[in-house]
Design a protein around this ligand. Sequence first.
Ligand SMILES: [Cu+2]
Length: 412
Amino acid sequence: MSHRNGIQQRRNSWQDGVYGTNCPIPPGRNFTYVMQFKDQIGSFFYFPSLAFHKAAGGFGGIRVLSRPLIPVPFPPPAGDFTLLVGDWYKANHTSPDGVLINGRGSDGNTFTVDQGRTYRFRICNVGLATSLNIRIQGHTMKLVEVEGSHTLQNIYSSLDVHLAQCYSVLITADQPALDYYIVVSTRFTSTVLTTTATLHYSNSAGRPVGAPPGGPTIQIDWSLNQARSIRPNPQGSYHYGLVNTTRTIRLANSAPVINGKQRYAVNSVSFIPADTPLKVADFYKIPGVFSLGSIPDNPTFGGGYLQTSVMAANFRDYVEIVFENYENTMQSWHIDGYSFWIVYPKSWSAIYMPLDNVGMWNIRSEHWARQYLGQQFYLRVYSPANSWRDENPIPRNALLCGRASGRRTRPL
Ligand SMILES: [Cu+2]
């Protein structure tokens, strides 16, 4: 089962490729996802979404290009590289054993550039648990895109990349003709792990000179200030103050022990999978798989409990979502069909979101152990119209499993 992070899947949670929307693809069989990359551009990635399959790889970059003639706020780069960076584990998920760039360890990748030209580097953190920092010896990075939004074009000497985050930076090969280290290291870890790749000038006189440049390690303020400096290009953004929100949803992450086991939760509810994908159960109106309203709109600060949690919401509502982080760790939140947010320790982050996408959408921590152990739920954005205008019909090739086994999708 494969999910594409950041791809909006307009009206089409059928193709989202997560536990709550699709049946797993059985061994030896295949499934064709059909989707349109509509009204969005930018850098994203796909990955296997079930269990801990992501720990073994199976991810790749996605580039959604602007249509020809649509103006892009920077000149066409001389080349376009993807760097998928992430923590790597050999035996368990408690502390990483290394950092990989495009699946390889230190000195495993070379990116060749021509002196004097400018290149686009798309950088995504595809790891399980660790924020990373990236920097390039002797070069600065001009940030131009974050998750599909063009940004104010600030210059950085190093950039934090949090879990599941993607950036585009422009790098100009404006230094003497040599090789230079590209360095990726872990953030907020007791042991700092580092890996390197090579930025190779095509007319290079030789290997990098000196040691790989160091970067920030445990400083949270540094990261927070940098995150605040990253602003979407203000042109074309909503005038949020002018829109009336119809509902406020407050979501607090927590780490309760339930039945003697470490779990993670949202508003005290620790998600457990049901035996049938929620979207499929909803479509066939199969009772007993989940119930709406099984997660509260506000933190309860009560003891944690297990539940297949689904929150009900109405199509075209305009909601304010406040992510409240009372814990001491960085939180990466992802809303399928919509977007992605970072919440710093002991702080909160408010977003405004038009619920313009009907479907069953996963809201989850991108920290993979946390989402696996319950820090996630589903938001069911519902339109009573039951029209193909609002939501695509069930795919003809949809796999059916659990209590939906043996049902028919729709005639060919
Ligand atoms: Cu997603």
